[in-house]
Design a protein around this ligand. Structure first.
Ligand SMILES: *Cc1c(COP(=O)(O)O)cnc(C)c1O
Length: 465
């Protein structure tokens, strides 16, 4: 096999350091250690330049749901690009793949959602809902309803509106966000914020949900546009809400006149074991931003599912929706998405995620709970998190030890595993094409990294239970 890019690693690192500014990265720090160059991948395995293989426990960035090396998707894109590489959907036009893909997605969407607006990313999807939700209330003659309620430690993307809807403190601090008209309530993070309260998880879930009601009262229902949340917070640390949380949020949204926006960018396309996280939690959102798994990660794309309830008044009253992207519904991305949906049907990807992978990951994770570093091991669908704690009972952390970063680095350097750290929470979200044997392997590798982390913490003078 011929290498596409035959330069030595040190060349790539030097060029990268000189010219490439990385997303979400301390560039000076990275340039001191040197970038890792990934140059090929197959199935759930990625390979660094030089041949080192790692099990990709994060499906790229939560997107490679069907794994790497799917020639069928590549061929479908290639065929489409030869036939029609681009045309826009702005001026009374469409092209076959965008129409086919919209119809195919509507078939998979919850029954009350029949339309999709295409974007190129999750961030753009959330910018779209920001504007569309306000247009909806305008079209109903309620222009005062402008305020969005999001959640601290929620993630909705990196554009100005999406970062504002999200609740990432570091992002807000860096550039004076959130913008006007966005407020936040607390997250339903039981292990991180509930354990110390003495409440049960169910009581805690209700308390956090009822903050929405209190916030609506504080702002005035006539001023509130929508509540936005991820069914399960991904980037925040795979935060799986207590079972009491979503039913209570759904009740509040039903009783109050506000839109419910479920950000399905991670949870959608089978991640929670059903097609949509909303389905897993039994909620009926008014708008659903999607992205990541939509093309199985093979091309950039995103979208927003629009419920009939929202679409109706906007179409009847608002006239033109002054919003769109040059690449909304790009033919190549639509071709990739259509092929992904075909594969998902043929391989019963969602059904298998729920019936086979979810219980296997739950079992593998439960076995890690007895590790001395693990305070909590939780899963839902094909998402998992491990809370590293110095005290299993109280959840107290290893203060100032950077335990999560240590564990993440041991994963890569010694265990051959990509597992991400969010503070001291280790998270996984492997491709939905992973086999049961590979999930076992993920567990073995995670344990190896935990053992090495425990040794390192002891050497640094910390007490490990
Ligand atoms: C990743 C993510 C986004 C942003 O998507 P991009 O494609 O990176 O812009 C939005 N919402 C959620 C829940 C995400 O995980």
């Amino acid at each position: 096999m011929t290498l596409l890019n035959p330069r030595p690693l040190s060349d790539y690192q030097a060029m990268d350091a000189a010219h490439h500014w990385h997303p979400f990265t301390d560039t000076a720090d990275l340039n001191r250690t040197g970038t890792r160059i990934i140059d090929r991948a197959e199935g759930v395995w990625i390979e660094e330049l030089g041949g080192k293989r790692l099990l990709d426990g994060m499906a790229g960035l939560w997107c490679m749901n069907l794994g790497y090396g799917r020639d069928r998707i590549v061929d479908a894109v290639s065929r489409q690009m030869k036939e029609l590489p681009y045309y826009n959907a702005f001026f009374q036009c469409a092209h076959p793949p965008v129409v086919e893909f919209a119809a195919a997605l509507a078939e998979k969407a919850p029954a009350h959602m029949n339309r999709v607006f295409f974007t190129n990313s999750g961030s753009e999807s959330n910018d779209t809902v920001f504007r569309l939700a306000r247009v909806y209330w305008d079209s109903l003659g309620k222009p005062s309803k402008k305020v969005f309620i999001g959640r601290h430690n929620g993630y909705h993307g990196s554009t100005v509106a999406a970062a504002s809807l999200g609740g990432m403190g570091g992002m807000h601090a860096q550039s004076g966000l959130p913008i006007e008209g966005v407020v936040h309530i607390d997250q339903p993070y039981w292990y991180g914020e509930g354990l110390a309260t003495g409440m049960t998880p169910e009581e805690f879930g209700l308390e956090r949900a009822r903050q929405l009601e209190a916030k609506i009262d504080e702002i005035g229902e006539e001023n509130v546009c929508a509540f936005i949340a991820e069914p399960i917070q991904g980037a925040g640390g795979v935060i799986i809400p207590p079972e009491s949380y979503w039913p209570e949020i759904a009740r509040i949204c039903r009783e109050r006149e506000i839109l419910l926006i479920a950000d399905e960018v991670i949870c959608g396309f089978g991640r929670t074991g059903k097609w949509w996280g909303s389905e897993t939690y039994g909620i009926e959102p008014d708008l659903m931003p999607i992205a990541k798994g939509i093309t199985g990660g093979y091309l950039p794309m995103g979208g927003v599912f629009i419920s009939d309830r929202v679409a109706g008044p906007v179409m009847e009253k608002a006239g033109e929706f002054y919003h769109g992207y040059t690449w909304s519904g790009h033919p190549a991305a639509c071709a990739a998405g259509l092929e992904v949906l075909k594969i998902m049907d043929e391989e019963q990807v969602v059904e298998r995620a729920g019936a086979v992978l979810a219980p296997k990951l739950a079992e593998t994770w439960a076995a890690l709970a007895d590790h001395p570093l693990v305070g909590e091991a939780r899963t839902k669908g094909v998402l998992g998190a491990l809370e590293l704690a110095a005290d299993k009972e109280t959840g107290a952390r290893f203060e100032g030890a950077g335990a999560g970063t240590l564990a993440r680095d041991f994963c890569v350097s010694d265990a051959g595993l990509v597992m991400r750290a969010v503070g001291d929470t280790m998270i996984v979200s492997p491709p939905l094409s992973i086999t049961e044997a590979e999930i076992e392997e993920l567990g073995v590798r995670a344990r190896k990294a935990l053992d090495l982390t425990a040794d390192a913490l002891v050497r640094a003078g910390h007490k490990v239970a």
